[in-house]
Design a protein around this ligand. Structure first.
Ligand code: MG
Length: 313
């Protein structure tokens, strides 16, 4: 579908809405202040002043307004990536994206989300505040995640610490754990989509294709069709950025729950603050409790034990 995006100032935005008043339609979507439909063009005006023209007449209609054209680059942030060669128009396609978080944190789960963004939802998703999630704060992600969940088809999986430690002790690598979770989340989303198919599935690459599928060897159903891998994929399509935000918020929510069990805010990451917090839990609640809150094989465990032993003396 052909589309044009322009950004208008307040005054011109009002002129535009007046101009299309007779073609006004009701569209109840977050961030949308006005929508109109012509024979060959759909027009959507967003709170921010962004106006989206879609359909065969989009170039003609957009040309009548003097808004600044968004550079084509704005659709996808250019960064150096590894993985498959992407289709040139990837940022404008209907994509299922997937990403995970929590893998480097001693406390808390691993979460994975897969999320479908249909091409006509791309502007809306951006309007809701989705950017490359590496540029977003946790607070901002908590704010926008509910709108994303409302708007998009998604599946988010939380692998809690007990289960993580169990499979880790069976010898599963983090790569294998992540591959199985991604595959599972992708299957769920594809099932929710029914007969609709994404143009591509884009996985934020944590392992190369061969290694990824090798991890899935024994999985009952493996998602293979039109799958692309790229590092930094959250900058290539908003579906991965949205998946990354939903996964992150699921991680934060589980961290909140675990923090309420310990009675203080558990720190993220795997640094010295984490060692201190882990030692505090060891001394007050013991080893089993600490294990149930953490990725037990991380080096933080040993460090915490040393700190706790020193404090006991
Ligand atoms: Mg990732």
């Amino acid at each position: 579908m052909s589309q044009q995006v322009i950004v208008l100032g307040k005054e011109e935005m009002n002129r535009l809405m007046k101009h299309y008043e007779n073609n006004k339609i009701h569209r109840n979507a977050p961030g949308v202040v006005f929508a109109a439909k012509l024979n060959d063009t759909a027009i959507t005006v967003y709170k921010s002043g962004k106006v989206l023209f879609q359909g065969a007449g989009s170039t003609r209609e957009a040309a009548g307004w003097s808004g600044s054209d968004l550079p084509a680059k704005a659709a996808g942030i250019k960064t150096k990536t590894q993985g498959d060669t992407m289709p040139p128009n990837l940022a404008n396609l209907s994509i299922v994206g997937s990403d995970e978080t929590g893998t480097g944190d001693f406390f808390g789960p691993i979460t994975v989300c897969a999320c479908f963004v249909r091409n006509e939802q791309i502007e809306l998703v951006k309007e809701l505040g989705v950017k490359d999630s590496k540029q977003l704060t946790d607070d901002w992600m908590r704010q926008i995640a509910p709108d994303l969940k409302e708007t998009l088809l998604y599946s988010v999986l939380t692998l809690k610490n007990d289960k993580y430690n169990e499979v880790q002790e069976k010898g599963w690598s983090q790569g294998k754990i992540k591959a199985l979770l991604h595959n599972q989340a992708l299957k769920h989303v594809l099932r929710k989509m029914g007969d609709e198919k994404p143009e591509y599935i884009l996985i934020d690459q944590f392992a190369e294709r061969g290694i990824y599928y090798n991890h899935l060897k024994a999985a009952p159903e493996i998602v293979r069709e039109n799958v692309l891998f790229s590092t930094k994929a959250e900058g290539l399509h908003v579906a991965v950025a949205a998946a990354s935000i939903i996964a992150r918020v699921a991680f934060l929510e589980e961290m909140d729950r675990l923090s309420s069990l310990t009675g203080f805010q558990l720190p993220k990451g795997a640094g010295p603050k984490v060692d201190e917090a882990a030692a505090r839990i060891l001394l007050s609640q013991g080893e089993n409790t600490l294990k149930s809150l953490s990725k037990w094989h991380f080096a933080n465990r040993e460090k915490a034990m040393k700190i706790a032993a020193r404090k006991k003396k």
